[in-house]
Design a protein around this ligand. Structure first.
Ligand SMILES: Cc1ncc(COP(=O)(O)O)c(C=O)c1O
Length: 387
């Protein structure tokens, strides 16, 4: 029989995050600080709206790009938060999470051989999605000494005549780094000069601490060059509802809708109704969750530093990214031994790119009680290791 598989697909590495969590799920008393998923339930009024839509029999496909009512809410949210005006009819698409938006944005924009700049450490899907879209991933290694922000020098070093897209993964998973206005201004200038485009993954835009989220699309000339991706999973604790969106230039969104139309048809109808409620009345919930994350963030950074681990202060998302280089172990060795000896699961930094070596991703989307137990165990482990 012929090999039924695509070589391109077979060559793609599976996500390095899942491996640990399959072990954790079978380990008694293990604490996982691994998964990037809010520990909060979706706020009740949002769930209720989903239930109500089912009671009303709203169980049909919506239009391909999403319910008009939802697209209007998305546009009014973006106007309110970042003062950008998008056309709900031509510049907005509702997707299956930010995940689908990343995938179809790349597929809509890339031809074989087009290069895509991917700053790492970053979310695991960018690289495989670029490859699957026929593009060539070009990795930019972000540096701890720059607080894992992207610099203009790094972009200039990586850019070639074949570069078409720059992925902007901020607020960042796994480092928690954000980009502020001045950082973005440097990058925007290059994007314009070199005539490239941006896919800005702003899924954590509501989760910044003491710093305001700035979208690169807000900068002069950038709206016409940026596909802005966001969603409901992180800010409204709606991971399982699978809902996200993208806004951007009409020509690109139109092509994204075409792919979405054939591959997906439309995002889940129940989730779309629930999302309207989230955008209309969800601000206080977001604020409550943000405050809780912030408390946990401050607790963790302090505790990790007390343990003797270098830990830069993350201003976004819900992860800390401590450095373990002084312990003489690789990230994978540390994470494996910590799980075996103390039953605490964290993710090796290398799951987010080779330059994550020497770091761990610890998620604080877990209750403070769990974090405290995990930190006690980790402290014991670090003390043992240092001896
Ligand atoms: C940076 C980033 N982008 C996108 C996603 C995808 O999220 P979703 O598809 O649930 O919207 C995630 C999920 O972990 C993420 O961390």
């Amino acid at each position: 029989m012929r090999n039924p598989l695509s070589k391109v697909v077979v060559d793609i590495q599976p996500s390095g995050i899942r491996k640990f969590f399959d072990i954790v799920s079978e380990m008694k008393d293990a604490i996982s600080l691994g998964v990037g998923e809010p520990d909060f339930d979706t706020p009740w009024h949002i769930r209720e709206e989903g239930i109500y839509s089912l009671e009303k029999g709203r169980t049909f496909y919506t239009s391909n790009a999403g319910l008009k009512e939802l697209k209007l809410e998305i546009c009014s949210y973006l106007k309110r938060r970042i003062n950008l005006i998008y056309d709900p009819d031509h510049e907005t698409i509702v997707t299956i999470g930010g995940s689908e938006a990343i995938d179809i944005a790349l597929r809509a924009m890339l031809d074989p051989g087009d290069e895509v700049l991917i700053p790492q450490p970053s979310y695991v899907s960018y690289l495989p999605c670029v490859t699957l879209a026929g593009g060539k991933p070009v990795i930019i290694e972000l540096k701890a000494e720059n607080q894992f922000r992207l610099t203009k020098e790094e972009v200039l070093d990586a850019i070639t005549d074949k570069t078409k897209v720059l992925i902007m993964p901020f607020p960042n998973n796994p480092t928690g780094a954000i980009m502020e206005y001045d950082d973005l201004a440097d990058i925007a200038k290059i994007v314009e000069e070199k005539d490239i485009f941006v896919i800005s993954d702003e899924i954590y835009s509501e989760l910044t601490y003491g710093r305001k989220h700035v979208s690169i699309a807000e900068l002069d000339g950038m709206k016409d060059r940026t596909i802005l991706i966001n969603g409901f999973s992180k800010s409204y604790a709606m991971t399982g509802w699978r809902l996200g969106y993208a806004v951007g230039p009409k020509e690109i969104i139109e092509q994204m809708v075409k792919i979405h139309q054939f591959a997906i048809m439309c995002a889940p109808t129940t989730s779309q109704y629930a999302a309207i409620e989230a955008l209309r009345n969800g601000d206080p919930d977001v604020e409550m969750m943000r405050d809780a994350y912030d408390q946990r963030r401050r607790y963790l950074v302090h505790a990790l530093r007390e343990m003797g681990l270098e830990c830069f202060e993350p201003y976004g998302a819900f992860y800390v990214f401590p450095c373990i280089k002084n312990l003489g172990m690789t990230s994978d060795e540390f994470a494996t031994a910590l799980l075996r000896e103390e039953k605490v699961a964290v993710v090796p930094g290398t799951a987010f790119g080779n330059c994550g070596e020497g770091f761990l991703r610890i998620s604080y989307a877990y209750s403070i009680e769990n974090l405290k137990i995990a930190i006690e165990r980790m402290e014991r482990f670090v003390k043992k290791t240092k001896r």
